[in-house]
Write a protein that binds this ligand. Structure first.
Ligand code: FRU
Length: 521
């Protein structure tokens, strides 16, 4: 397989074939990055949920491995699906799953039981029940053994949430060094709560605390992650970050799913968001991405202390099953390196691309600069279909002679009737992605839209944008990475043109670098 079908991502992970959704178990172990993901081995629609598996030594060149956890009963009657979860290396063999000194990799996932049944563990589950289970691998994640003797290890949601047993899912496990315990973060999706559990051995779990509902509470809460990071420039202060998905209920101007975060503290029992991270009347939220296609973000376990890398599903439940790709559906975001920094007096989550994209980048980027770009279009050489843009220009206040917006059009047809615009609105002080005329937008009526994110200029009064363009996506990181906008696009194969567009006046002191990206396959 050449990975050359129309819309096939060239340097983002996508499965060779079939449906994919959430990253479900991101683990770095022994020099290998594991990416497990929600996968349907039998088609390009959601179903038969299993854990697909891919490995990489650099997070950009991926090797797709055999399915790690195949829906029980597949391809006949499926009696258990493996929903989203996480994975850890149990280096101290607290679980006892390790033999002959081998470190067991342990996955914790949601068992979704389509039908009521009595399990080998003697536990009874009801139709459509969701419970948390574990499995282990002694061969670096190639094959897995489910812990049938006791699964599910978290059978029912604790009191007073017993009624929520069909919406209790997505365990994110990590080792909490200070208390020497495993912590599992789960959601009771429909009531917008996070429930935390702790364990000594990954097998027996105690309910320890809850969080929520706060801020964005549309739809359901899903896929929570909790991790700790130092604040840049203030390394003695470490904060905890809770990231979670909403579906539907994403950022203003989007339809469908989205991702929010909270910064706060975690003492081994309770996560408490900082007071300035809780907005009155659920009127606002910290959005991790202002675009439509960034969901179920998950962070790597097994990285050095304080280092956080996340990958998200680059799709949206609003139209995920309708995007015009075949024989696969969905890709993952570019892996993002996260950090915390005080920006405009507030501790803020920053995202930067994990640096391995450079391994597929051209050595000779094209560089341009202009003292001033006048109103209208300025043509550029065709950058092709996969490239990275670094675009920087002077900010200005509203002024009759200066632009109201400045943008780069990419993946454009030669007449520019088809194009995706990525730019800045100097009046509203917002970065935007406009995919209204981006190509095939026919499969969902909400797809042809414009998305925007607030961004103030840097200290030297500039607007800095980094953009990753692939055969069917654009990812924009603004400023130091304090805003992110991720959107899929489905342009014609021949749409390879680009130009700069300054509206209503000039844009000053423009610097542009375009770096071609080759395939990682
Ligand atoms: C989020 C989600 C999870 C669930 C999984 C099922 O995208 O709905 O909550 O575990 O997908 O595939």
């Amino acid at each position: 397989l050449g990975y050359t079908e129309p819309y096939r991502p060239q340097y983002h992970f996508s499965p060779k074939e079939n449906w994919m959704n959430d990253p479900s178990g991101l683990l770095y172990h022994d020099g290998t990055y594991h990416l497990f993901f929600q996968y349907n081995p039998g088609g390009i629609q959601w179903g038969n949920m299993s854990w697909g598996h891919a490995t990489s030594s650099d997070l950009i060149h991926w090797d797709e491995r055999p399915v790690a956890l195949l829906a029980r009963g597949y391809p006949d009657t499926v009696t258990e699906m493996y929903f989203t979860g996480s994975a850890v290396a149990d280096v101290n063999n607290t679980s006892g799953f390790g033999v002959d000194g081998k470190v067991p990799l342990v996955a914790m996932y949601t068992s979704m039981y389509p039908v009521a049944q009595d399990l080998p563990s003697g536990k009874h589950v009801r139709a459509e029940q969701q419970s948390q289970s574990i499995a282990y691998s002694l061969d670096e994640g190639e094959t897995w053994t489910t812990y049938d003797a006791e699964n599910p290890v978290i059978h029912n949601p604790p009191s007073p949430y017993e009624d929520e047993f069909i919406n209790f899912r997505d365990p994110f496990v990590f080792w909490h060094d200070d208390t020497q315990k495993w912590i599992s973060v789960t959601v009771v999706a429909a009531i917008h709560k996070i429930l935390l559990f702790s364990s000594d051995n990954l097998k027996e779990w105690s309910f320890i605390s809850e969080f929520g509902p706060y801020n964005a509470v549309g739809g359901v809460w899903e896929c929570a992650n909790l991790f700790q990071m130092p604040i840049k420039g203030d390394p003695s202060t470490k904060k905890w970050v809770l990231v979670l998905g909403l579906n539907p209920g994403g950022p203003p101007g989007t339809v469908g799913s989205g991702t929010q975060y909270f910064i706060g503290d975690f003492d081994g029992t309770t996560f408490k968001a900082d007071p300035d991270n809780i907005y009155p009347d659920n009127k606002s939220a910290n959005w991790m991405d202002f675009g439509p296609d960034f969901y179920a973000a998950a962070s790597y376990n097994g990285l050095p202390d304080g280092e956080v890398i996340q990958i998200a599903w680059m799709n949206n439940w609003q139209y995920g099953g309708l995007i015009p790709t075949s024989p696969w559906r969905s890709a993952m975001s570019v892996p993002r390196h996260l950090s915390l920094k005080t920006v405009n007096e507030k501790v803020t989550l920053l995202q930067q691309p994990q640096q391995s994209w450079r391994t597929v980048a051209d050595r000779n980027p094209s560089k341009h600069s202009w003292k001033s770009i006048s109103e209208g279009a300025t043509s550029l050489d065709s950058p092709g279909k996969a490239f990275k843009i670094d675009l920087s220009f002077a900010d200005h206040d509203s002024d009759d002679s200066l632009a109201s917006t400045f943008a780069i059009a990419v993946r454009a047809s030669s007449d520019f009737k088809q194009e995706t615009l990525i730019g800045y609105n100097f009046t509203s002080k917002e970065v935007f992605v406009d995919r209204q005329h981006s190509g095939d937008v026919s499969f969902d009526k909400t797809f042809a839209s414009l998305y925007h994110a607030p961004l103030s200029a840097s200290a030297d009064k500039r607007i800095n944008l980094q953009v990753f363009v692939d055969w069917s996506s654009v990812e924009v990181l603004g400023g130091q990475g304090e805003v992110s906008l991720t959107a899929q696009i489905f342009p014609e194969e021949s749409a390879t043109q680009a130009q700069l567009v300054s509206t209503d006046g000039a844009t000053q002191d423009v610097r542009l670098q375009i770096t071609g990206m080759s395939s990682s396959h």
